[in-house]
Ligand binder design. Structure first.
Ligand SMILES: NC(=O)c1ccc[n+]([C@@H]2O[C@H](COP(=O)([O-])OP(=O)(O)OC[C@H]3O[C@@H](n4cnc5c(N)ncnc54)[C@H](OP(=O)(O)O)[C@@H]3O)[C@@H](O)[C@H]2O)c1
Length: 369
C-alpha cells in the first residue's frame, strides 16, 4: 500500500472520535499527506491540539512531517482559511474527507443547522473550487444512517434519501439536509462517496472509545436509576456499530475507484435488542429496574415531576427506542467483500465490552459530561 505516490488529503473533524481514528489509519497505512482543518479550543492553539492528538494516537515524528494544520472553522466563508491555506487546500488536495459535524443529539436547531448544513455547504464550495482547479479526485462525506429519520418505518436504501423522513432530533434533520446538498453536487459532477454509520460506540476489541458521546449519555441515565420507565419494547432493536468497523470500512471503501457516486450503510446487520441491553446492564450490577411500557400505553402524565424532568432529557433519543427503521446494506456488503472487514457482531459479548469499558473508566459514576 505504501508503494504508490503520496496523495494530499484534506480532513475536517480530525479531533473527533471517528476523525482521529481515520487519521491514524492514513498515517499508518498510506504515504499520504494530510491537511487537517482544526480550530483553536480551550486556550489550546490549533497546532497544540494536533500535537496532543498525535501523542494520544501514538504516532511517531515521521508521521508529524506529513501533517499540515490549517486553522479554520467550518461555518466561516472559505472555511476561515488564511489566503495561503485556501490556495494550498484548493490547488493541492486530491481527496476531501468531510467528517466534522455537531453530533450532540440534543443541540438547538440554529447551531445544528449552522455546523451541519451551512458548514457542509462551505466545505462543498471549497471542494468545488478544488475540482475546478483540476486536482480533486474524490469527496468523501460522513453522513448518518439516521438521515432516514429514526421515527420513519421503512427499510432505508443506500443510494436514496427517503422523501418524508420523520426525525427525532435536530441532528438527524440537519444531517438529512446536508446529505441532500452533497447529493445535489454529486448529481452535478462532484465525485462523492457517502458513508452512513449508525450509532458509533467503542471498538470491537475492548469497547474502547475516546469520548463518551451520542448514545452514552442516554445509557448513563439508566445507570443512575434516574430513568425508571421507558416507552419501548424489549424486542426493540437499536443499531450500534464499533468504531473500528466504521473506520476500517470507510478506509477500504475510499481505496476503490468504483465507490464514487455510491452510498454505504455502515451498520450492524444484527442489532441488539433493548432486552439484551438491560440484561447486560444487570449482569454488571449497574442498572436499577426499568419498566418498559409499550409506547401506545405510555403517558408522560403518569410520571412525577422529577421523572418528567429526566424524561425531557431523553426526548432526542425517543426515535431509537421506538424505531422500526432498518437499513439495506447491498452496496457495503458487495464492496467490503474480500477486504477483511466484515459487518460487526453486536451480540452480548460486544455489549459487555462496550458497557464494561465505560464502567471501568468511571463514566457511569459521573453525573455531568
Ligand atoms: N458518532 C456517531 O455515533 C456517528 C454516527 C453516525 C454518523 N456520524 C457522523 O460521523 C462524523 C464524525 O462523528 P464523530 O462522532 O467523530 O464526531 P465528534 O466526535 O463529535 O467530532 C466532531 C468533529 O467536528 C469538529 N467540528 C465541529 N464543529 C466544527 C466547526 N465549526 N469547525 C471545525 N470543526 C468542527 C470537531 O472539532 P472540535 O474538536 O474543534 O470540536 C470534531 O473534530 C460526523 O459527521 C457524524 O455526523 C457519527
Amino acid at each position: 500500500m505504501k508503494a504508490r505516490p503520496p496523495r494530499n488529503l484534506f480532513v475536517t473533524g480530525a479531533t473527533g472520535g471517528i476523525g482521529r481514528e481515520l487519521v491514524r489509519m492514513f498515517l499508518e497505512e498510506t504515504p499520504d499527506r494530510l491537511f487537517l482543518l482544526v480550530r483553536a479550543k480551550n486556550s489550546d492553539s490549533e497546532e497544540v491540539r494536533i500535537e496532543k492528538l498525535l501523542k494520544k494516537i501514538g504516532t511517531n515524528g515521521a508521521s508529524k512531517d506529513r501533517i499540515r494544520v490549517v486553522s479554520g472553522d467550518l461555518t466561516q466563508p472559505r472555511l476561515g482559511l488564511s489566503p495561503g491555506d485556501w490556495e494550498t487546500v484548493t490547488r493541492q488536495t486530491d481527496e476531501f474527507y468531510h467528517i466534522a459535524a455537531l453530533t450532540n443529539l440534543g443541540a438547538e436547531w440554529d447551531l445544528s443547522e449552522k455546523i451541519n448544513l451551512h458548514g457542509t455547504n462551505c466545505v462543498l464550495e471549497t471542494a468545488k473550487e478544488a475540482l475546478r482547479s483540476g486536482r480533486l479526485k474524490r469527496f468523501f462525506y460522513f453522513s448518518t444512517a439516521y438521515v432516514a429519520g429514526s421515527f420513519t418505518r421503512i427499510c432505508s436504501l443506500e443510494d436514496e434519501l427517503p422523501e418524508n423522513p420523520s426525525f427525532a432530533n435536530n441532528y438527524e434533520a440537519t444531517k438529512y439536509l446536508a446529505e441532500k446538498r452533497v447529493r445535489e453536487e454529486m448529481a452535478q459532477g462532484l465525485p462523492a462517496v457517502i458513508f452512513r454509520p449508525s450509532i458509533v460506540v467503542g471498538d470491537s476489541k475492548r469497547g474502547a472509545v475516546s469520548e463518551f458521546k451520542v448514545i452514552y449519555p442516554f445509557w448513563r441515565l439508566f445507570a443512575h436509576g434516574l430513568l425508571k420507565k421507558l416507552p419501548s419494547r424489549l424486542e426493540n432493536s437499536f443499531n450500534i456499530v464499533p468504531i473500528d468497523f466504521v473506520v476500517e470500512a470507510a478506509f477500504h471503501l475510499s481505496r476503490r475507484d468504483d465507490s464514487v457516486g455510491k452510498t454505504f450503510h455502515l451498520v450492524t446487520e444484527n442489532p441488539p435488542t433493548l432486552g439484551l441491553l438491560l440484561r447486560v446492564k444487570e449482569e454488571f450490577g449497574i442498572s436499577s429496574p426499568v419498566e418498559v411500557i409499550p409506547p401506545e400505553e405510555f403517558s408522560v402524565e403518569t410520571l412525577d415531576p422529577f421523572e418528567r424532568e429526566i424524561f425531557s432529557k431523553i426526548d432526542p433519543y425517543l426515535g431509537y427506542l421506538t424505531s422500526s427503521l432498518s437499513f439495506d446494506t447491498q452496496n457495503a456488503r458487495k464492496f467490503l467483500r474480500g477486504t477483511g472487514t466484515d459487518f460487526p457482531k453486536t451480540d452480548r459479548n460486544f455489549l459487555k465490552k462496550v458497557l464494561g469499558y465505560a464502567l471501568e473508566k468511571g463514566y457511569f459514576l459521573k453525573l455531568t459530561a
